[in-house]
Every structure is written in structure tokens, then in C-alpha cells.
Design a protein around this ligand. Structure first.
Ligand code: WT7
Length: 644
């Protein structure tokens, strides 16, 4: 069956699911629409506040403040408040290590104890309210502990994904001028270990703000300490005081910075604050994920990305759920590892990415059939559009046909879900993220700034502020305004294209800027280009995302060499190494094409559409008449065939 023949069909919530769902009355949409501030204020009231807010929202575009005057603490909500509600002995965190024999659990009380101690450690190293702490860690329990400890004392964290290179880490530390780095000796994944401390040491050669480094011993690998600067986590924890009261934070105090790729070479420091962010992730845990007290919830994302921040740590803990943290990879020690994790832990809700689903689909059903997956009751997906065939496969084979799927569209910038089904209400269509979450006002605009009504395609926008929205870009309010608020004035410019169908359902079509989405990771073409031209053999480079069945997009780099240089396999290796060194292994190009020239307009703008066409092997490349030199196209096609 082709994809066209397969869809679109409607998949209604199973009756049993709908009748037990946290939200089952479709009227919620209308009510939230009438009074979106009131809707979010009701959600915020479900949290613990030291002091209630005076004003729900101050909106002076592009600056939003939510729950103004309110005082709360995110770690208090995630830990103390749960213990107060009787969840002290409930499992908060299930940790599954890279080796299946390696696992650990923490109850809410145990996690609270660990967090208080580490908060005291951080304080003893000079951490305080408002001063950023950088974190570069494997997927180990000490990572959520470090985050929650920061939140407890009001020190914003800036987590750098463990696959990032030393130079990427250095830039991110220097941008926020962190005084403390929390890291580990090494990060085991798939039976191999990444030397985190060695990478960190390289970064630390050029990070003048860092005064202290905390090193968790994960593997026991050799990781020499620098006297006076570096300390082992376990040694500091041994002497740490047990109690550390949670700071009463202002609702708009900074909770964290998370760097994300934009359309220039410099990553954007996306800023999230306290009360609004927590309200958003807390509400969506209950409404989108239908979370119940007896659920075992597994989000497969790395905490280094926003999905891990919002839906592995803060969202699930703020509702008192049991959250699973997995250190490993799907294929280690065998290709049924995920299904083994689900069976052993009786996971009820699984949240993952289309790219993972597609890779399992390729491997076939046999791995799943070896395991009992009947504990699952709800499935989620995020990161990129899910093609209907992968949706159906997920639904039938992982969900056994009984689990609703929530295809959640959102971004690092939005903090939490924006367009998503509510699993007890929404009739889903495979491939569509369906409708905006209650209280979220999405729309479509054309290039000229006119709003598109009804059915149509255009640029996705959000028309009203929402509590989890980014507040600014760290130390760069001007770039914040330009990136998100300049194109259409007072509506938020998303950067994605979308189509809205006759039922008002949204179908996200992908990024409209020069940002690629590789296996659900956002990577900017400009960053990869700038890494490549950093190599002495490269004169110029243009990078594009080619459609890829497995990864969504694959990185293809066109490279023009310096006069006397010639392309070779060795040089391809070197260039790959260069990207790995400057950004990280996840940004390495899938294909490098040595080209004689790039297709440019007369004004010098690279026509990426043509590069994409060539990389995808399209015969008809459309209109090439605006090229300064149309013959470039032939030579590009020739170099691609020669190269591969
Ligand atoms: C971009 C945001 C949100 C956490 C993971 C990525 C794409 C995300 C979906 C979805 C279609 C999606 C968009 C968005 N995206 N979820 N369900 N359907 N596209 O976070 O790195 O900030 O990337 O991912 O293009 O703009 P991110």
C-alpha cells in the first residue's frame, strides 16, 4: 500500500481510554478560547505557590510576563510538594543504564535528599540565584539531580548535550559566563564511552568564567583533576549538609538557558522562566499525556534537548509521576533493548521520535514480538512530522492497536506542547499533529503578512502569548525580536510551514528557514558551513538537508576547495572530523560533494533549492534562469555522480 492509499483516515480514541481520560469534555477548547488567561490561571493554580500572583499576564509585545508577582520554586513543586502529598515512597525516577544489568531507582524522598545535598554543594562552590551553571553530562541520575539542585537555589542551568564537542561546549559556557561546570568522567552509550571530562578539559582551556568543576564518576575511567578547580561529586556529597530550603523564586526568574541552532552560525540561548514554564509542562503532562498516579512514563529523549527538560524531568516530576531515564541506545546489547525496558518496567506511556520508529520499522516486528508490551496505553511522538506509514506501524505494532497516539508539535522556544491531540477527545489523523492545545492560538500567515482563513497552507504563527514561551534570547533581546517578532509584528513567527485542512487540523510541513531537522535534532546549515570553511582546504561551502527516509533529513555538504586542492576520500574523512570537532558527531554530513562552483543568483545568493534537487537526484530542477551562470547545474550534477 502506498502512503496515499493508507491515509488519511480518522482514528478515534478507544472507548475505554476516553471514558477514563483526564480530559474528556470537548468543551474545554471553547472555554479556553473565550478566556485564555483564565484557562492558564486555572492550570497554574494546580501548582504549589509560596505566594499567589497578582496579575496573570503582562503582554507588551514581544515581552510576556506570566503570573506576575507570584512566587514559587520548580524543584519544590517536583519534590517537596510531592512528598507532602504522600508520594515520599513512590518511585520518582527509574534509571536504566547502558548495560541492562545496571539500573537504579529513586523514590521522591530519596531524590529530594540527593537534590538538597547537591544544592548545598553548588552553594559551597559559589552558586547563587541568577548565576548560570553549565552542565555537560551523560544520561545518569546525577543529571536531573543537578538540574533540580540548580532550580532549588535559583541558579539557572545551561545543559549542553553530551555529544557536543569541546568547542561547542566552550562557546556555550562563554556565552552565559557560567562559574561552575558539572560533568562526568565519561558517557557510556552502546557499549562505548565518550570521554566527557577530556572534552570538557579542552573546552576549559578557554573559559575564563569557570571557577569550579564537579566530576561525577560514571565509568571510573581515568579523568585527571585540575587541583583547586575540579572536584569529585561523590567526595563533595559525602560532606554536604542534608537540608537546603528552596528559594522562593519570582515567577519570571530565569529557570534555564538552552542553546538551539538558528539560521546563523551562532546558537541562540533560549531563555525559560519559572512559573509559566512549569504551568505549561505540568498542564500538558495531565492533558496530553493523560498522566495518572500509577503510570510508568518513558520519554526516550536525551535531557540535553528541550524534550528531556520538559517531558523527562520537569513535567513528569511536577505531577508526581514515575519517569524512566535511559542511558543507552536502541541497539545495545541487542536490537530489542527498548522493548525489554518497557516489559521489565511495565511502561504505560512511551514518548519518542519518528526517526526511532522508522528505524524499528526497518528492523521488523520480531524484536517486539519477543516482549510483552501490553502495559502500554498511550504513545507519543515529537521532533518532526511523522509519516502516516510510520504512524500506523507505531499504532499497530508498538501500541497493539489499542493505544491512542499523540503527535505533539512544539519547539525549544515554546517550552511545551502547542499543537497536539488530547487523547481522550481528539479523533486523530495519521501524520497530523491535529489542533492547538486549549489556550493556544495558532494561525497561518502568507509571505505578505495576511492571515489565511480556513483551509490553506502558509507560515505557522502563534497569535497570543502562552505561559511556556521563551522570554528572550540570553543577552540578546534584539535577536529575539528580529527572529520571532519582526516578520509579522505581534504574532510569534514559528519558522515552520504548515497546511490546515477542512477540519482545522494542522499538518506541519517542516522548517522554512535554513535549519535542518536530522533525526529530530535541529542543526543549522550555517553552523555546518562555518565548521567546514574552518578547514584550510575549503574555500566555500553550502549545506542543505536532503529528504531522508530514516532521519527525516540528511546533511549534504557541497564543498569548493582552495585553488590547488583536490577532493579525495581522505579529505572527506578530514572534513567529517572537522565538523565533529567543531560541533559534534551528530552534525557530520552524510554526503560531501566536491563541487567546482555553487549555484548563485546574480546578487550572489546561493539557490539552495537547486542544491537540494541535485542531492535528491531530481532530473527536473525547475527554473534555473535566475542563476548568474546556469551551466553550474550541469557541473554540479556531474560532480555528484563522480563523487558517489
Ligand atoms: C522543530 C523544533 C519539540 C522538541 C523536539 C525538537 C519540528 C517538532 C514536531 C511534530 C512536525 C515537529 C518543527 C519544530 N517538530 N515536533 N510533532 N511534527 N514537526 O525541538 O529542536 O526546538 O525543534 O522540530 O520543525 O519547529 P527543536
Amino acid at each position: 500500500m502506498t502512503e496515499e492509499q493508507a491515509g488519511p483516515r480518522n482514528v478515534d480514541p478507544p472507548e475505554k481510554f476516553a471514558s477514563n481520560a483526564n480530559v474528556s469534555d470537548p468543551f474545554v477548547y471553547e472555554a479556553a478560547d473565550k478566556d485564555y488567561e483564565g484557562f492558564w490561571a486555572d492550570r497554574a493554580r494546580e501548582l504549589h505557590w509560596f505566594k499567589e500572583w497578582d496579575t496573570t499576564l503582562n503582554w507588551s509585545p514581544p515581552e510576556a510576563e506570566w503570573f506576575v508577582g507570584g512566587r514559587t520554586n520548580v524543584a519544590y513543586n517536583c519534590l517537596d510538594h510531592q512528598v507532602e502529598q504522600g508520594r515520599g515512597d513512590k518511585t520518582a525516577l527509574v534509571w536504566e543504564g547502558d548495560e541492562p544489568s545496571d539500573s537504579k531507582t529513586y523514590t521522591y524522598s530519596e531524590l529530594l535528599a540527593e537534590v538538597q545535598k547537591f544544592a548545598n554543594v553548588l552553594k559551597s562552590l559559589g552558586a547563587e540565584r541568577g548565576k548560570p551553571v553549565s552542565i555537560y553530562m551523560p544520561m545518569i541520575p546525577e543529571l536531573p539531580v543537578a538540574m533540580l539542585a540548580c532550580a532549588r537555589i535559583g541558579a539557572p542551568h545551561s545543559i549542553v548535550f553530551g555529544a557536543f564537542s569541546a568547542s561547542a561546549l566552550r562557546d556555550r559556557i562563554n556565552d552565559c559566563e557560567a562559574t561552575i561546570l558539572v560533568t562526568a568522567d565519561a558517557a557510556p552509550r552502546g557499549g562505548k564511552a565518550t570521554p566527557l571530562k577530556a572534552n570538557a578539559d579542552e573546552a576549559l582551556e578557554d573559559t575564563p568564567s569557570i571557577e569550579n568543576v564537579v566530576v561525577v564518576r560514571r565509568t571510573g575511567d581515568d579523568a585527571p583533576l585540575t587541583e583547586g578547580r575540579d572536584h569529585y561529586y561523590d567526595e563533595l556529597m559525602k560532606d554536604a549538609e542534608a537540608e537546603c530550603p528552596a528559594e522562593e523564586m519570582d515567577s519570571e526568574d530565569l529557570l534555564f538557558i538552552l542553546y538551539s541552532s538558528g539560521s546563523t552560525g551562532k546558537p541562540k540561548g533560549i531563555v525559560h522562566t519559572t512559573g509559566g514554564y512549569l504551568t505549561h509542562v505540568n498542564a500538558t503532562m495531565k492533558w496530553t499525556f493523560d498522566i495518572k498516579d500509577d503510570d510508568v512514563y518513558w520519554c526516550t529523549a536525551d535531557i540535553g534537548w528541550i524534550t528531556g527538560h520538559s517531558y523527562l524531568v520537569y513535567g513528569p516530576l511536577s505531577v508526581g509521576a514515575t519517569t524512566v531515564q535511559f542511558e543507552g541506545t536502541p541497539a545495545y546489547p541487542a536490537s530489542d533493548r527498548w522493548w525489554d525496558v518497557i516489559e521489565r518496567n511495565k511502561v504505560t506511556i512511551l514518548y519518542t521520535a519518528p526517526t526511532a520508529i522508522r528505524s524499528f520499522m526497518k528492523g521488523g516486528k520480531e524484536d517486539l514480538e519477543k516482549h510483552d508490551l501490553t502495559s502500554l496505553r498511550l504513545l507519543g511522538t515529537v521532533g518532526e512530522p511523522i509519516n502516516p506509514r510510520a504512524w500506523e506501524w507505531y499504532h499497530d505494532n508498538v501500541g497493539g492497536g489499542r493505544c491512542p497516539i499523540v503527535d505533539t508539535w512544539w519547539q525549544t522556544e515554546t517550552g511545551g506542547h502547542m499543537i497536539t491531540p488530547l487523547p481522550g477527545i481528539t479523533s486523530t489523523k495519521p501524520g497530523s499533529a491535529t489542533r492547538p492545545f486549549p489556550g493556544i492560538d495558532a494561525g497561518l500567515f502568507d509571505e505578505e503578512g495576511n492571515e489565511i482563513e480556513g483551509e490553506g497552507s502558509g507560515n505557522l504563527v502563534i497569535k497570543k502569548p502562552w505561559p511556556g514561551m521563551l522570554r528572550t534570547l540570553y543577552k540578546d533581546p534584539e535577536r529575539y525580536r528580529e527572529t520571532y517578532w519582526e516578520k509579522y509584528g505581534d504574532v510569534y513567527f514559528v519558522g515552520d510551514g504548515a497546511r490546515r485542512d477542512e477540519d482545522g487540523y494542522y499538518w506541519i510541513t517542516g522548517r522554512i528557514d535554513d535549519v535542518m531537522n536530522v533525526s529530530g535534532h535541529r542543526i543549522s546549515t550555517a553552523e555546518v558551513e562555518s565548521a567546514l570553511v574552518g578547514h584550510e582546504a575549503v574555500a566555500e561551502s553550502a549545506v542543505i538537508g536532503r529528504n531522508d527516509e530514516d532521519k527525516g533529513q540528511a546533511i549534504v555538504a557541497y564543498v569548493i576547495l582552495e585553488g590547488d586542492r583536490e577532493g579525495s576520500d581522505d579529505l572527506i574523512q578530514e572534513l567529517n572530523q572537522q565538523v565533529r570537532k567543531v560541533i559534534g558527531a551528530h552534525a557530520r554530513p552524510e554526503e560531501i560533494i566536491f563541487a567546482p562552483d555553487l549555484p548563485k543568483t546574480r546578487s550572489g545568493k546561493i539557490m539552495r533549492r537547486i542544491l537540494r534537487g541535485v542531492a535528491e537526484g531530481q532530473q527536473d530542477l525547475g527554473d534555473t534562469s535566475t542563476l548568474a551562470d546556469p551551466s553550474v547545474v550541469d557541473s554540479l550534477q556531474a560532480s555528484r555522480t563522480n563523487g558517489s
